[in-house]
Write a protein that binds this ligand. Structure first.
Ligand SMILES: Cc1cc2nc3c(=O)[nH]c(=O)nc-3n(C[C@H](O)[C@H](O)[C@H](O)COP(=O)(O)O)c2cc1C
Length: 212
């Protein structure tokens, strides 16, 4: 018998997330939790679900990796012609979601999206391993392909064309999500979780608690 999901019940017993301990500024709070996620030796603490929607509001979601963050926003890299790229061109809003399961924590970020500067994308692309740089050229991300072989043939040809230095493809680069809202969720016992949200108000942030 396959496992019944309803039988897989966990208790959540994290440390409290109380107003007196949480940062006034959501970027500071993110920095504290991100450091704790890295310290917890999670396999991929930078993995985040990116939700986008097309012009008709049809949603889609997938995982991408956080590569940089500061007060301007949260950066990931991808193919501008992928499904997510097409959706963000039509509708430049997105949500990011981190789930750090061992810490019983979730962070939600809603914001507007813009492309990173060309120079920023060049610098990050140049820092990627050779295979990943070739892969960016080889894959017309999210397009239907005939089979795995098609990809491998392209990779072989590209390795010959670019044996050492690989330029950044013009359709590949970064996006920055500029937050307008954050929510930090800490699992607690009896499903009485802590949820602290921050909404952008003028130059600052309003912090408030949500019912679990
Ligand atoms: C752990 C993990 C990390 C990933 N990181 C990225 C990433 O940083 N950029 C990216 O374009 N796709 C990444 N992907 C693949 C995406 O989830 C997705 O398959 C791809 O971007 C195509 O999405 P789209 O068709 O919605 O555009 C990652 C997938 C996983 C599971």
């Amino acid at each position: 018998m396959p496992p019944n999901p309803a039988d897989l019940r966990h208790e959540y017993e994290g440390p409290a997330l109380l107003e007196k301990d949480a940062a006034e500024d959501p970027f500071d709070q993110f920095a504290v939790w991100f450091a704790e996620a890295v310290d917890a030796a999670l396999y991929e603490p930078t993995a985040m679900t990116l939700a986008t929607a097309d012009a008709e509001g049809r949603p889609s979601a997938r995982i991408v990796l956080l590569k940089e963050y500061d007060r301007r926003g949260f950066v990931f890299y991808t193919n501008y012609e992928s499904r997510k790229g097409r959706e963000m061109a039509e509708n430049p809003r997105a949500c990011l979601l981190f789930f750090w399961d061992r810490l019983h924590r979730q962070v939600r970020i809603d914001g507007t999206v813009e492309r990173t500067a060309e120079a920023e994308a060049d610098a990050y692309f140049a820092s990627r391993p050779y295979g990943a740089r070739i892969g960016a050229w080889a894959s017309a991300q999210s397009r239907e392909i005939a089979g795995r072989e098609e990809l491998e043939v392209r990779v072989r040809a590209l390795r010959e064309k670019y044996p050492e230095s690989v330029p950044r493809p013009p359709y590949w680069g970064g996006y920055r999500v500029r937050p307008v809202r954050f929510e930090f969720w800490q699992g607690r016992s009896d499903r009485l979780h802590d949820r602290l949200a921050y909404a952008k108000e003028g130059a600052g942030w309003r912090r408030y608690r949500l019912a679990p």
